[in-house]
Ligand binder design. Structure first.
Ligand code: GLA
Length: 387
């Protein structure tokens, strides 16, 4: 479904719910991370791109000092007051918007009462940042409503804070940054320490990105995410560096006797993943796809064995990929996002993309009994106001 169609559908729903057409419309994309997983909160490197899947908010002012949100996806409505500081509430998805409004309030920006409809084509809970897309779409809508644009980095950080404080997930900065800053036909090489984004052209028409959704989400994900983050902080302390970004494999080897073996493996993943990400950005620049592919497979193995955030379903997808040769069009594949379900990302030759998608369906079904959902995406542009 195209962005234009989602905006139309949301606008029709808005007229149905509130009896008038919407005045403001904003959209923000989900993302898929090509490589650089669990490195962002270690002040390292990530290489994501936005996908052609968007969350859309359409809105109009109301005469009350309150917000009413209606979600097309869940059919639920949330109403809350703006008379006091916005707090957490239900349904849980409303917290992403509540958190963003609270961020504007904290900056002294007055938000007036409004009604909004939310619609989305970003798979929910699929590891392609449906939550960041909602936060960033809400922030983009609010900027338009209040007539004030935030600095893009500040906007991404405001959305990240909403996720930390209102959804309770201590995420890094990758998802919100990508949804705000993405450029069409480019991946973004993000340095999560300096917060600089370097666009990496992905214009080679012979290569296609496939997003393969395992359609499973293991409940472990949030708790494990926080514990991995802690293990990384422990490793940085033992290695006496500010963040794992600053550690080398040599430092780690030297500390082997003093470091807990599990923490050792976590750190090894982060250190090697940063290196793979730098190499992948260079290899994409040279269109050395074969090298990009082998870095993706190595990333998956490291996430599975050292970081232990994969799951049998994601491993099954990567296994199917590894059974398809490069001559048959399969370049590389890995889990993407936090892990424990959600999506894998595959890089394939465009002319074989359809055939490979079928092989993923057949192979995954044979191994797990479930069907994956698969879509191809060009790198999309970031958040925008729709006029
Ligand atoms: C989630 C978080 C990101 C990042 C990834 C893992 O998507 O929101 O900040 O840490 O997991 O790379």
């Amino acid at each position: 479904m195209s962005l234009v169609s989602v905006v139309e559908r949301a606008s029709e729903m808005f007229a149905k719910c509130f009896g008038v057409p919407p005045l403001w419309k904003a959209a923000a994309p989900g993302r898929v991370n090509l490589i650089g997983e669990h490195t962002d909160y270690n002040e390292g490197f990530v290489l994501p791109m936005a996908i052609e899947r968007f969350t859309v908010l359409v809105a109009n002012r109301n005469s009350k000092r309150e917000v009413t949100l209606h979600s097309v996806t869940t059919g639920e409505t949330a109403t809350f007051s703006l008379r006091t500081k916005v707090e957490q509430g239900t349904p849980s998805w409303s917290n992403y918007v509540r958190g963003v409004i609270a961020g504007f309030q904290e900056r002294g920006i007055k938000v007036g009462g409004f009604n909004a409809v939310i619609d989305s084509t970003v798979p929910f809970g699929g590891g392609v940042s449906s939550s960041a897309a909602l936060e960033v779409a809400a922030a983009t809508l609010l900027e338009e409503m209040v007539g004030k644009s935030l600095d893009p980095i500040e906007k991404a950080l405001l959305c990240q804070r909403a996720e930390h404080q209102f959804a309770g997930v201590p995420c890094g900065i990758m998802d919100q940054f990508t949804s705000v800053l993405a450029r069409e036909n480019h991946a973004l090489m993000l340095d999560c320490r300096s917060r600089t984004a370097t666009p990496v052209p992905m214009t080679d028409p012979s290569v296609t990105v496939l997003v393969v959704n395992s359609n499973v989400r293991h409940r472990l994900v949030d708790g494990v995410y926080a514990s991995r983050r802690q293990q990384c902080e422990t490793a940085a302390k033992v290695l006496k560096v500010r963040a794992l970004r600053d550690a080398t494999l040599k430092d780690l080897a030297a500390a082997r006797r003093t470091i807990d073996p599990v923490v050792f493996r976590r750190a090894r993943h982060v250190i090697t993943e940063n290196e793979r990400t730098i190499q992948a950005a260079q290899a994409i620049g040279r269109r050395n796809w074969s090298h990009v592919g082998s870095l993706m497979y190595a990333s998956h193995a490291s996430l599975r064995d050292d970081y232990e955030v994969s799951c049998p379903e994601l491993d099954a997808i990567v296994k199917v990929a590894q059974e398809i040769s490069e001559e048959d069009g399969m370049i590389g594949c890995r889990m993407t996002g936090a892990g424990f379900g959600g999506c894998a990302v595959g890089l394939v030759r465009t002319k074989t993309a359809k055939a490979i998608a079928r092989r993923f369906e057949d192979g995954y079904e044979a191994m797990t009994g479930n069907m994956p959902s698969i879509f191809a995406s060009r790198p999309a542009g970031g958040a925008r106001v729709i006029s």
